[in-house]
Design a protein around this ligand. Structure first.
Ligand SMILES: Nc1ncnc2c1ncn2[C@@H]1O[C@H](COP(=O)(O)OP(=O)(O)OP(=O)(O)O)[C@@H](O)[C@H]1O
Ligand SMILES: [Mg+2]
Length: 317
């Protein structure tokens, strides 16, 4: 039996060994379970199947394969979950945007009043207090701007070379973080031009790369802190809207401390942050950007190695 023949199936297929460990997963299984096959390899299947309503299990006697599992994609709970996840995220963003609009005007009034007050203050040392008001109002205004910005920008796709935006992002990171970290490239130069919204993709990549740089520079004792950008072509990837002939994988890796365990399940929710002055928007906006392109944002993280991967279609589904 050649597992390769399962690749193009819409049905999720897993091949298990005698102890129930995953030895093969096709593309549809990756999408359904929301986990890459590299991560699935060798893992016990049972925890991943909780919540899948109909699993067809056929015994095999072809070592190392002992079981063939088929999960019809459109009946899988995880697939439904993913669509629900997209809908829930959109609703969350809508609520936050409405809130942001409400906050905007009073905030501008607050800042202006603090400036007027500052001019009337009899002693210069009292300016410290008005400056706190002004600076915090500016910080909130910045947050509010970022919350409403996806609505303001139209989606403007065009053709461009993805390595060009990679280089832009690395240049911006270098400007901000200077010699405190090293930047590395591992590009597949045969990646064709991508049809996408350049500015939005650049912003999403910058959000993820800045997180990596911040994690490296804010942690103690990171040996040779490095942010690495990697590109690869994907063949037959299954992305948000199904299977594509070709895809792009664009990864940002760092050798920092890793995502704090308590954050992992809700990492892409807006306003979730592990940093004292973080707004918790970078990743949720990056994920929304990828979904807008029919792509996915996935990550794995352990101390010493964290990687975020942008998975994007290079053709139309
Ligand atoms: N590469 C990374 N290594 C370690 N932790 C990370 C990494 N990337 C993200 N995180 C964690 O995920 C949190 C959420 O990131 P996100 O970009 O959404 O928000 P933020 O960086 O806190 O704020 P901002 O809106 O300014 O980006 C971060 O606060 C950080 O704790
Ligand atoms: Mg961030």
């Amino acid at each position: 039996m050649d597992p390769f023949s399962f690749e193009t199936l819409q049905t999720a297929v897993l091949l298990l060994d005698e102890s129930g460990g995953i030895r093969y997963a096709n593309g549809a299984a990756e999408t359904l379970l929301g986990v890459s096959r590299r991560q699935l390899d060798g893992q016990a299947a049972a925890p991943y199947l909780r919540g899948c309503r109909s699993v067809l299990k056929t015994p095999l006697s072809q070592p190392p394969w002992a079981w063939l599992l088929e999960i019809p994609v459109h009946h899988g709970a995880r697939y439904d979950d993913r669509l629900q996840d997209v809908a829930e995220q959109a609703a969350q963003h809508e609520t936050l945007r409405n809130l942001a609009h409400e906050v905007r005007n009073p905030l501008a009034g607050l800042r202006a009043a603090a400036q007027l007050l500052e001019m009337e203050l009899p002693r210069a040392d009292l300016h410290d207090y008005t400056q706190v008001i002004i600076q915090e109002a500016d910080r909130l205004a910045d947050l509010v701007d970022r919350l409403v910005s996806p609505q303001r920008l139209d989606f403007e796709p065009g053709l461009f070379n993805v390595h060009e935006i990679c280089e832009r992002v690395l240049a911006l990171i270098e400007l901000e973080f200077g010699p405190r970290l090293a930047l590395a490239r591992d590009y597949d130069t045969s990646v064709p031009e991508i049809h996408a919204d350049r500015d939005r993709l650049l912003q999403a990549l910058l959000n993820v790369a800045r997180n990596a740089a911040q994690a490296l520079t804010e942690a103690d004792h990171v040996q040779a802190p490095t942010v690495r950008l990697r590109t690869r072509i994907l063949h037959q990837p299954v992305l948000l809207h199904g299977q594509h002939r070709l895809g792009l994988m664009l990864a940002v890796a760092d050798n920092g401390p890793g995502i704090p365990p308590g954050l992992r399940d809700k990492l892409f929710h807006p306003l979730v942050t592990g940093r004292a002055r973080g707004a918790g928007l970078g990743l949720s906006l990056a994920k929304a950007c990828l979904q807008r392109h029919g792509g996915l944002l996935e990550f794995d993280s352990r101390p010493g190695r964290t990687e975020f991967r942008f998975l994007l279609p290079l053709d139309v589904a």
